[in-house]
Design a protein around this ligand. Structure first.
Ligand SMILES: NC(=O)c1ccc[n+]([C@@H]2O[C@H](COP(=O)([O-])OP(=O)(O)OC[C@H]3O[C@@H](n4cnc5c(N)ncnc54)[C@H](O)[C@@H]3O)[C@@H](O)[C@H]2O)c1
Length: 252
């Protein structure tokens, strides 16, 4: 257990499993009080048990619903006294080639990634501005550079990069930095679902992905948590509006 984030309150959306859980865990282990918002009630209960020795707030909340987000963030403030770090990690995929992609596939992905991150950043910044301090970290993706079957997701993840740079400009003067981490292939339930959808085993998907990863291994959620921690660190105050690709190499 470390002290890197002692005294800080960190909120992670979609933090009940996968990358978000690794981020929440790193913050907890490094002394932060941690809030997790997620729609998955069962996974939230599991993560509460797993991190029961730490100061943890969990809430079933849909990031797409601005009122649910506002209520949850107000509760985080009432419980812990501040909102210092926010990680917009909640995400979904609805992959399909353009000609098969439905309106719902498109809208769901836009809503969760873009509206969700907007809602959370908007609700949290009020507390951050009053405190003159904040760290907002958005989880983008290498798919922002283009990816077959992901017209919706690639657009949303590229959009998040625009949001990141704009918030960096607007909120930078107020002591709040905004940055993004763009992961490559990471082993989580999300990539397991991808394997299922395209009809191969997860091992086959990992094997295929490895061919494009110079470091010769696929990513783990902890690889992303480590990059998020860099942006979230108090000492990273001169790093603002940046996109860090964490993909085992320079390209997607
Ligand atoms: N796994 C990868 O290879 C990879 C690569 C690049 C980017 N990402 C991004 O990283 C983030 C985490 O992905 P993951 O692989 O851990 O996926 P995951 O599916 O394991 O976890 C996503 C979490 O978000 C939650 N969530 C979904 N919709 C929500 C909503 N409306 N409100 C609140 N919570 C919601 C889910 O319940 C889940 O707990 C996502 O934004 C994803 O797009 C993942």
């Amino acid at each position: 257990m470390g002290e890197r984030f002692r005294g800080k309150v960190a909120l992670v959306t979609g933090g009940s499993r996968g990358i978000g859980k690794a981020i929440a865990k790193l913050f907890a282990l490094e002394g932060a009080r941690v809030a997790i918002l997620d729609v998955n009630e069962k996974a939230l209960l599991e993560v509460s048990e797993e991190l029961s020795e730490y100061e943890l707030y969990t809430k079933v909340a849909n990031v797409v619903e601005s009122q649910e987000v506002e209520e949850a963030i107000n509760e985080v403030f009432e419980t812990f006294g501040s909102v210092d770090i926010v990680v917009n990690n909640a995400g979904v995929i609805r992959d399909n080639l353009l000609f098969k992609m439905t309106d719902t596939d498109w809208q769901t992905v836009m809503d969760v990634h873009l509206k969700g991150s907007f809602n959370v950043a908007k609700a949290a910044q009020g507390y951050m501005v009053k405190n003159g301090y904040g760290r907002i970290i958005n989880i983008s993706s290498t798919s922002a550079l283009g990816n077959r079957g992901q017209a919706n997701y690639a657009t949303a993840k590229a959009g998040l990069q625009g949001l990141t740079k704009t918030l960096a400009i607007e909120l930078g003067p107020l002591g709040i930095t905004t940055n993004a981490v763009a992961p490559g292939f990471i082993e989580t339930e999300m990539t397991r679902e991808t394997a299922k959808r395209i009809g191969i085993t997860f091992e086959q998907l990992v094997e295929a992905s490895l061919q494009g990863i110079p470091v010769g291994r696929s990513g783990q959620p902890e690889d992303i948590a480590n990059a998020v921690a860099f942006f979230a660190d108090e000492r990273s105050s001169f790093v603002n509006g940046q996109i860090l690709y964490v993909a085992g190499g320079p390209k997607a």
